[in-house]
Design a protein around this ligand. Structure first.
Ligand code: CP
Length: 313
């Protein structure tokens, strides 16, 4: 079957292996197109995509916008800071007004968990989640999975260790659902104050509080950003103590496999989650992740639009 079972992309929890495989395989084809001198295909010509960002973003918004342009879609960028949301307009009114301008796809980032689903329930547009609160960030996890497959050949049977602020991380959640569906084994590690409280989620992973043990069998290590903006209590004694205990350093990598790859969704707090020589060093695939982000987002938009657009890539 060459069509997605899902109609929107809210998250990776419950998304089938078939759909994830289809997205990753299409992303690999788009990755090749991105290496060509002419990087554009007509797949979404005539379609309009709105990027609705209520939270800051560098990578995700730029990456979606580039993906849309590479697919020949018309794109509109909306940021809450210069919109009528500031004058008190509700989310649904904002969406309905944008929808009245005949748009097809909405890419949304919002601090509220469940906003993408809420928008889908209240509009006819295809909705793509670009990060909702501490819930999910599915395209980040898909680009992480594409990077693991590109560097290690497969996700099946690989050990993926995610270190850091798991509790506030939508990236960790999407990765653990997606990667476990694809046959990888996910280990989580971080300060005990930043462990997720969701026991259902914890049943799908290994929790390893000792960072040296957490990295020793890892094929890939994903370091997460400390999300100080989502921490309403003092959950850490200090950044220095965090770095000394959980930071990825040369010394810690001596406990890991020689060929381990180091990943980070960005933005990086250099010298906190990752030392600079690791972020820029031989194990790092962080910029490959960013490149793969455009290809993954092209695949997601192309496949979700598939039911509504007759043109092919
Ligand atoms: N990885 C990620 O979501 O980065 P941005 O916040 O810059 O989009």
């Amino acid at each position: 079957m060459s069509a997605l079972e899902i109609k929107h992309l809210f998250g990776l929890r419950g998304v089938s292996k078939h759909d994830i495989r289809l997205i990753l395989d299409h992303a690999k084809q788009f990755r090749e197109i991105l290496e060509r001198p002419v990087k554009k295909v007509p797949s979404l010509r005539g379609m309009t995509v709105v990027n609705l960002f209520f939270e800051n973003s560098t990578r995700t918004r730029t990456s979606f916008e580039l993906a849309e342009k590479r697919l020949s879609a018309d794109t509109v960028n909306f940021t809450s800071s210069n919109s009528s949301v500031k004058k008190g307009e509700t989310l649904v009114d904002t969406l309905r007004n944008i929808e009245a301008m005949k748009i097809d796809i909405v890419v949304v980032r919002h601090k509220g968990t469940g906003v993408p689903k809420f928008l889908a329930d209240n509009s006819n547009a295809i909705i793509v989640n670009a990060g909702d609160g501490a819930h999910e960030h599915p395209t980040q996890a898909l680009l992480d999975m594409l990077t693991v497959e590109e560097k290690l050949g497969t996700l099946e049977g690989k050990n993926i260790t995610i270190i850091g602020d798991i509790r506030h991380s939508r990236v960790a959640r999407s990765n653990l659902w997606g990667m476990s569906t694809m046959g990888a084994h996910v280990t989580l590690c971080g300060p005990s104050t930043l462990v997720p409280r969701n026991t259902d989620l914890m049943n799908h992973v290994t929790w390893e509080p000792d960072v040296k043990k957490a990295v020793e069998n890892a094929d890939a290590i994903i370091a997460l950003r400390l999300q100080k903006e989502r921490m309403d209590d003092a959950l850490l004694p200090s950044m220095r103590e965090y770095r000394n205990t959980f930071g990825i350093t040369e010394e810690l990598l001596e406990c890991a496999k020689d060929k381990v790859i180091i990943m980070h969704p960005g933005p990086i707090n250099r010298g906190v989650e990752l030392d600079s020589d690791i972020a820029d060093g031989e194990h790092s695939v962080i910029l490959d992740q960013v490149t793969n982000g455009v290809a993954v987002r092209m695949a997601v938009l192309f496949l979700l639009a598939g039911g509504r657009n007759n043109e092919n890539a």
